[in-house]
Design a protein around this ligand. Sequence first.
Ligand code: ATP
Length: 360
Amino acid sequence: MPDTLPLRLDVTNLSRSFGGRKVVDGVSLSVAAGQVTCLLGPSGCGKSTTLRIIAGVDRADAGEVRLDGQTVAGPGVHVPPELRSVGLMFQDFALFPHLTVAENVGFGLRLDRAEKARRVGELLEKVDLGGFGPKHPHELSGGEQQRVALARALAPNPRVMLMDEPFSGLDNRLRDGIRDRTLDLLKEAGTAVLLVTHEPDEAMRMADEIALMRGGRIVQKGAPYNVYNAPVDKAAAAFFSDVNVVRGISRGALTETPFGAFLTPGHADGAEVEIVIRPQHLRIDFDRGGRGPNPTPEDGVPARGTVLRSRYLGRESLVDFAMDFEGAKLTASVPGVFLPKPGTVLWLMIRRDRCFVFGV
Ligand SMILES: Nc1ncnc2c1ncn2[C@@H]1O[C@H](COP(=O)(O)OP(=O)(O)OP(=O)(O)O)[C@@H](O)[C@H]1O
């Protein structure tokens, strides 16, 4: 994150327990102006509770929340939610049904009539709903309602926007377009955004920084590229895609496997390690009459497998293999259409530069 951008949201060491169970456990994060941080993790890991504490609708047992440098929650401090001037957007964004679109967007604005009408008109144009002002929410599609909610959240020009699964009520076809439009508008306004999601694709698409959460803690923070390509552990790798695992024993910083030797520095002699590889980084080659391929050193040693099942998923094909060694099962994905018949014998190689090694 560039140092020059002012920090809008700064959270240190937040903790919260319910019934003796810590659901938020020492969470720290910060978001600068114009940046999007995605709090990503499985259901129940404490994302929403973190967001609710920052919004001020719940209180932490410990820790501090600062907005634009001002402490709004901390020891002896609790600024009520309505005075925190943060924008909020939740999955059930609940527009007021009896108010028009324009009245919904202008609801919280303390401006004179003409100024309010101008601001509402400008926001509706921005979310591509110019002319929708007199309509009522029930006359709008889900996607249009979502954009009204976005305009309403943006109306007071909040410096920080907190969003909890704001796109999950939309059907897939609409979702990508609305996500991109929302991102453009928030960036344009220089808003600092903390977005909660359980969908890795959404986080990869929206985030400048991903904070991966598990069991109440942030286990990894970084740019999407780094979190995807340098996961801290097997569970972090597996949160983003299916993974294949090959086990071995590290000896002299090397682990021998049916795919050849892997460098495993930092693992004790005799320690069990897991070599973790995403399906798209397994290389498939043909049998060539039983002779197998002739791989580069980066590809390691080829291992033979028999196709169990092939599936076409649109953008890619998934091929499941039963390997000749130890009855292991591995899955490879290939771009486009590749559907070898069950029983076909092929060779697999593991790209050395794309695998992750973890202690067991
Ligand atoms: N008010 C509450 N009282 C008791 N337990 C709660 C309360 N709020 C949340 N919890 C529990 O805390 C844990 C974390 O909940 P939270 O809603 O923060 O998770 P989440 O990561 O946002 O999950 P989801 O994506 O399913 O909303 C859950 O086990 C939940 O049941």
